[in-house]
Write a new protein. Sequence first.
Length: 417
Amino acid sequence: MSEAYIIDAVRTPRSIGKMGKGALSTMHPEHLSAAVLAAVRDRNNLNTAEVDDVIWGVTGAMGLQAGDIGRNAALDAGYDIRAGGVTLNRFCGSSITATNFAAGMIMAGMHDLVISGGMDMMSYVNWYGQTMRDAGIGGGGMGTGNPRLQAKHPQSNQGVCADAVAAMEGITRAELEEMGVESQRRAAIALAEGRFAKSTIVVKDDDGNVILDHEEYPRPDTTLEGLAQLKPAFEMFLDMPSAEGQKTFRQLINQVYPDVEIKPIHHVGISSGVVDGAAAVLLASKDYAEKHGLKPRARIVAMAEIGDCPTLMLNAPGPAAKKVLARAGLTKDDIDVWEVNEAFAVVVEKFIRDLGLDRAKVNPNGGSIALGHPIAGTGAILIGTALDELERTGGRYGLITMCAAGGMAPAIIIERI
């Protein structure tokens, strides 16, 4: 089996995911994706005619984000027309899965040079979704518009799921707010010390004018006292019907877990930020890298995908981590850096408790609570973040995973070279 190497990883800064407010919200989704594809090409002097595929994740596949953005973004970036492009959707886990697919094709000997990654412009997705709802068009995602599926595997609002998991695990709001403040603190240090500088590009328009050159979302002045004043964000959804004529989000969870008493605790300070952003990972076979003078930064050790309870939706990262560790023949003590998406604080808190991890090794540079979560772009961001941190600290192994809607989680282990 061929080795799959990571040659490079790039990402945009993340901007506020609100139409007209965030710097990136004026861009076309294909242009935003093209920005990181162009950067990967230029930084590594790629002959794009030799790119076997661009495997791209997009979650909000609607309106301008519908269609095959992987292909269109490559063309927008000026890639040779012989470079293929495909778009996939595993919700939040899309760009980890895209990277796993890319590595798998290289390891199978079918491809030599592949770019994985993903993007979501939450400013556009939310605007478009609201426009459709106002027009009386469209249903729920994640199975909420399918009564037949809901009868078999009820799927609730993700924020309500987060509150349900916290109740079931006995995790308090105060404990989660400590994680929220810590995420902001770590991110502030990382930004001040330039820990993301190697992988973060400057986004420009066609005339060379800077659109965005910094992270817009972090709130480094966040305090426990301030978070304690925030109202729960998902209380309004508890007794809201998941779709017209269907059960409420609370009832959907109680359909499977009748004894859980859901207490609203998650708010904006302990949930992932709504942002726009994109990221890409360049992978190559050993033979191609050696032949073309590409210096590998890491190798892919193992990959895994797993499903878990779709009703609670958020608990798959732990099982995914155990699965990929077993596949790699490693233990948790071998991992120097863990990147677990902070979709909600309870996801990471449960992950740490279940696996018995050293908190200092988990999201050491903050996470999506502080920096934002551009859904399908986040997995590739986390892979690059883990790689940067391994290089900064001299660590060997990084494990990256995240929850995805439907009760799924992809995972990947990389080894610094």
